[in-house]
Every structure is written in C-alpha cells, then in structure tokens.
Design a protein around this ligand. Structure first.
Ligand code: AMP
Ligand code: MN
Ligand code: MN
Length: 337
C-alpha cells in the first residue's frame, strides 16, 4: 500500500457538518466498531453532534462491551438536526441492515476498504488497498488534528482485528506499519490490544474450538470445511461469532488453500466465513453467493441448512483452487489427523 491521500471533499464533508449519524454494518466486527467510535470521538471534539448507529448484534466477544453506545435506529433528534450520514466499513447499503433505508434522504459519505460491493452514497472514500477502515479514519483525523490516546487505542484495535494482528500484511505494508507506529506513539498498546482480541476466552469457548477442529474435513483438495450448530452454543457463557483462532489453525494446515466455516444461526439459516491463501479469491466466491468481503477473507448468509451449504461449497470451491496448489487428500478418511 502506498500513502493514501484524503480527498478535499471528504475532509470538507466532515469539517463543515454540525451533526452526523455514524453508521456501521450488521454483525459488526472490531474494525467497524472501532472506526465508528474513533470517528464519532473526533467529530465530537470538533463540536459536532454524532450519533452512533448499528443494528448489531454485538456478539463477537471483543466488541460486546461497546454495544450499549449504539442505537439500532436513527434517533429522531439526528433527523431533526438534518444530520449527515457517514457509513463505515460497508460494501453495500444492505450491509447496514434497516439503517440504509432510514438514511437514504441524508447526504451520505461512505468510508470503506472492501474490494467488491455496489456503490451507494453521495461521496465515496473507498480504498481496497487499505487493510482496515480504521486506517482510513486514522488518516482522516490526522489530516486535521492529533489523535487522542483513546482514539489511538480504538484504531489500533480496528487495525488488529482486520489484519489478524498484522499477519495478513506483506512486504508492501511499510506505510501501514508507519501509521501503526503513530498509533503507538499516541497511546495504543500492542500487547494490551492482542490480549483484548485473543485473550480472555471462556474455557467452554476453547472446548468449542476443539469441536470445530475435530469436525474439519477436506471438502476437496485444498479445501478445509468445518461447522458449528445452534446446539453448540448452548454451553457457552458468552456469544460466539469471531473465530480468528479457528482460521489461524486451519489455514496453517499443509495443503489448505481455502478454509470454509459454516455457522448455523438461531434464526434458521447459516452464515459462512471463507478464508484463503493468496492464490484463491474467496471474495469473488462470496459475491456469487450473495455476500462479499476481500480476496482472502469473505462471507455470506445462507437461508438453507448446514447440509445444503456443505454441498454448495463442495461444488463451487474446487474450481477456485489451483490444482498444483492443492495437495490435500480427496476425502476425510485419508485426511491428516
Ligand atoms: P467474517 O467472516 O464474518 O469475519 O467476514 C469476513 C469479511 O467478509 C468481512 O470483510 C465482511 O465484511 C465480509 N462479509 C461477511 N459476511 C458478509 C455478507 N453477508 N455480505 C457481505 N460481506 C460479508
Ligand atoms: Mn467489517
Ligand atoms: Mn473492515
């Protein structure tokens, strides 16, 4: 990633408004929540009103504590104030849940880093080369002002959740590390951030990780698949959504080019996460299935059963995996233990 400049019209949108609704995507993650909180903090420091909005649910353990700062609807006061909207980390308007319709009449700035999606909003600051939306928010704040320590901590948290604590970055990422260095100088603590994202898991959650690993199977050469049922969640004292530990362990399996993880949801249906090595564009696959994301991390919702999604993935994923890079066994009986 080379340096990203903040366009003047983006800076003007944020510096001239007096009231903002700051919107993120449904099933928010650390990048989304941190970007919203840091941008709202900056706007308030400038004297503007800012209203944090998200349909939630805040069921990833690392963001659960922030849920009560967000409203699931657009407050009437914001509409009365003729607020402008800033939509963060959303590749489509649908990703905001019901909020998309509610803000349709407001002037809208989109700040995002997804590589796919459908364009919406009046002004778009979308940079797929940025590893997180938090980085874009950092650059916006830094253009005008110093970061507060609390904003730096939030932005570090956002950066680390979307980069898997920097492990998805490569030798083109010097500018990202330079920006992260500025966060540390402003008060962010890498060790505390790591602990926040990866520590403090319940024992039951670790047992669930064991079951997810136990169920992993080769759906095709190079394609590892596992799942979680609604019943798996009964024993958990905390909500479970973020599964970075699982992806880290399965992606590290020799021959695994794609990792697919299907979660049965309480609402019926399933949600599916895809992770890949550089050779496979899972963002394109998720897009075909009605979702989206990035080249190496993507997801989609699925209204059928776990069995149906397993079969669908079994048909679609093999074609995406290069044969030469797929030494994995053909069936689970011969898979490594
Ligand atoms: P996840 O697997 O939920 O951590 O999501 C990985 C990436 O895929 C993130 O960038 C998400 O924004 C994106 N993503 C996940 N689910 C969906 C969906 N249903 N529609 C669009 N993008 C999604
Ligand atoms: Mn996100
Ligand atoms: Mn993001």
């Amino acid at each position: 990633m080379t340096d990203i400049a903040i366009p003047n019209d983006v800076a003007e949108f944020l510096t001239t408004g007096h009231s903002f609704v700051v919107v993120g995507h449904e099933e928010p993650d650390g990048d989304c929540v941190a970007s919203q909180l840091a941008l709202a903090s900056y706007l308030r420091r400038r004297g503007a009103s800012s209203y944090l909005c998200s349909v939630g649910p805040f069921n990833r353990p690392e963001i659960a504590e922030y849920g009560d700062q967000f409203s699931a609807t657009i407050p009437q006061q914001a509409l009365d104030e003729k607020a402008a909207a800033v939509v963060l980390d959303c590749s489509t308007s649908e990703r905001t849940g019901a909020l998309g319709g509610a803000i349709a009449s407001l002037p809208t700035l989109v700040i995002d880093h997804h590589s796919s999606g459908s364009a919406f909003g009046d002004l778009r600051f979308v940079r797929p080369e940025a590893p997180s939306t938090a980085l874009l928010v950092q650059l916006i704040i830094e253009r005008e002002d110093r970061l507060t320590a609390s904003e730096a901590r939030l932005l570090m948290f956002g950066m680390c959740t979307d980069t898997g604590f920097f492990r998805h970055l490569d030798d083109t990422s010097a500018a990202v590390f330079a920006a992260t260095s500025r966060l540390v100088a402003a008060g962010a603590n890498p060790r505390a951030t790591y602990e926040r994202i990866y520590g403090n898991r319940s024992f039951e959650r670790r047992k669930l990780l064991g079951r997810q690993l136990e169920r992993a199977e080769w759906l095709a050469p190079g394609v590892l698949y596992t799942h979680q049922t609604v019943a798996d969640l009964d024993a958990l004292p905390e909500p479970a959504r973020g599964d970075d530990d699982l992806y880290m362990l399965l992606r590290a399996v020799a021959g695994a080019e794609v990792v697919a993880f299907a979660r049965e949801e309480r609402s019926g249906g399933c949600s599916v996460s895809l992770r890949s090595s550089e050779s496979v564009d899972v963002g394109a696959i998720a897009l075909q299935l009605g979702g989206g994301g990035h080249r190496q991390a993507a997801g989609f919702s699925w209204s059928g059963s776990l069995a149906a999604i397993r079969s669908e993935l079994g048909q679609r994923l093999p074609a995406a995996v290069p044969i030469a890079a797929a030494p994995g066994p053909l069936d689970s009986s011969s898979a490594p233990g």
